[in-house]
Design a binder for this molecule. Sequence first.
Ligand code: 26Y
Length: 824
Amino acid sequence: DARADKNSLKLDVNVFKEKIVHHLRCTIGTSEKKASKLAWWQALVATANELIFDRLTQTQYTHATKDTRAVHYLSAEFLMGRLTVNNLVSLEVYNTAKSALQELGIDINELCEEETDMALGNGGLGRLAACFMDSLATLAYPSVGYGIHYENGLFRQEIREGRQIERPDSWREYGCPWEVCRPESVQEVPIGGFVETQTAPDGSIRKVWHPEHMIKGVPWDIPVVGFRGASVTILRLWESRPTESFNWDVFNAGGYVDAQNEKAAVETISKVLYPNDSTEAGKMLRLTQQYFFSSCSLRDILRRYNRTHFHDYGEFAKKIAIQLNDTHPVIAIPELMRLLVDEEGISWDAAWEIVTEVFSYTNHTLLPEALEKWPVYIFEKLLPRHLEIIYEINYRFLNEVVEAKWSGDDEKKRKLSIIEEGPCKMVRMANLAVIASRKINGVAEIHSKLVRENLFPEFSTLWPDRFCNVTNGVTPRRWMLACNPGLAELYNEIAGKDWPLHLDSCAALRPYADDPQIQKRFMDIKFKNKVALAAEIKKLCGVEVDPHAMFDVQIKRLHEYKRQHLNLLYILHLYRKLLADPAMRIVPQVFIFGAKAAPAYTLAKNIIYAINVIGDKINNDYRIRNQLKVVFMPNYRVSLAEKIIPAADISEQISTAGYEASGTSNMKFSMNGALTLGTMDGANIEIVAEAGVENNFIFGMSVKDVQELKAKGYNPWDFYNSNQDLRAVVDWLDSDFFTEDRQALASIKHSLLEGGDPYMVLADFASYCAAHKRAEEMYADKARWAHAAIMNSASMGKFSSDRSIEDYVHNIWKLKNYEIKDEI
Ligand code: 26Y
């Protein structure tokens, strides 16, 4: 097995076996005879933890003795997925563990399936944070990830009669063996209350915050194992608990807590990932979450700094970098000002200099609905002192900076102000982030350009040097080595065994792209992965699919801008053609979907329903002779992605140009030899630049085309009326051919016509069909396809998250890494 053939930790199979059995008996409290699979898995984790904690201690010792500069990655989401295979691979004991378990009569794969995903995130942004943790540990940069210890992660999705049902995700109901509670690092965070203005005899003014409540923050540490044990860093997640002084009345008055006691009210703060924010109570809760974890993290950073610097903040900005993952932790900016000015007694100017040196902000979206704004009245209730600080930051910014540049221009001031005026005054978190950050980055070239030109044009005129790009990346350890051992073995042979650390070296496969033997080897690996996925599809969906068919995959959150319905319209188009001409032969195709919809997003849920009922109809229609299958795989998550991606032929990346900031699954698919069917959006542009446009299927409007069509006035009816095929499939949605619930499908048609088709699905339909046809034709030419698949896989060096992290390090964080010695 390519995943672990060198055991640098000198653990042989017998020793490993003894350790597992020891932990089974002495840590888990059972025996070989009685143990359940879960118990065996726990014993396996306990064995791995022996190695992990050793290395963690060595890492922390090195960093402490060198008083290193470190980055602190603040993120409301970390989508870690499962850790077992990755940690064993990174520790180079995977094969040892596998053999040891085999001798004990246990299949390691079955044990690894026992682990529940850590789904503490929604999608791309959360998984990016997890890939970055892997790279930081692998490159041995001093770093800590900070987030929230949600009791329930993203909901588990069940499909009942084609519809999404949300179920709670109790990922640690019976404990998570990777995490360690650190009571010695507990924090207390104030909230609510009022601010008193005190005037000293000399006339100077002092602000004193009298908070209403204190919330306890309990840290849970998840060790992150770098590849080959380069270093072990931590992800520190904060859990909220009540302190004695807590009074739950005010929380309860918000209405989001039905619970009858104080305990439940406070524990609600870290209970769920992003509860619905459509109600006022939900809003208060989310801002509370953001403040809670940001404040706990800053206090933790200050505590560690002061262990060696004794409240002398002269070195603070030299030792500390803080990265804000989107606007979710931006409340950390006024909180650090408050801690420095109010609690540490530093002058405003000195504190502002520190703050503007340490923070940087990553933007992940241009969608207006995702740019956070909080009503001022919520700030008044929860964070009255922070509101004052924000007003002060804003006052100085408008009167010093904006006034100097655009003297007397009130329109500019209105636009750049942190406060949005109107019937409900709002705090614009993105403006606050830009004003206080040293660097602001987008996540792909085109996105960073749009951040500069469309989102923050005045700010980028004011501070051109603050804006930069860091194109996203993904960890090849999880997304190639661990999830695709067949491909990993091929790269071991062709590129040498260090390719997971130097992904550029995979280019060594490119010269073989037309070599028939290598093509066969490459496509055999793909076929084996497709056979395995076919079995999973049978298990989860009850549908029989042929692994020889072209596997066309779209897996991502369900959003109109991602256009799953464009894909669906094409499926309807193919189906219609097959019904019209029963003798027609097409390239057999399996369309595979996975997607969760936000619980309150009705149209998104209707699209899921449509995929399911249309799939059901097609899969059971004997007339099309199994040439077409459509499956919706329930509960899409990291561990399911690891099974689907290595088996994909086509990677659907079909967002309306300008809307997908980067995408990251697009990189994972290409690495694993899928061809991209996509628009010129996000990182697709950079992917095809590396892998060759001729080896992928690009279609649709460019960002410029979209802008121009919008400017001239987009009318979806024009496309509907002038394209027979399009008209037929759109009308098909408003029929009872697929379901009794005609309304559900008709709502999709409605959004595409009366709704104005906000993401221009109809405008790109013809171009999409043409691109798909090109893909089908190429798939029929096995050698041409193999060439393209190899070229994609072998050209993804740029998209290792190690490269992204090096970009952050050199352009933003300015860190040094240190070899972690094998001693303490
Ligand atoms: C404010 C709240 C409702 C909210 C919660 C989560 C807003 C946004 C998000 C998540 C955004 C997200 O996942 N964005 C994705 O980030 C990826 C990593 O940079 C990108 O690849 C992807 O294009 C982008 O949609």
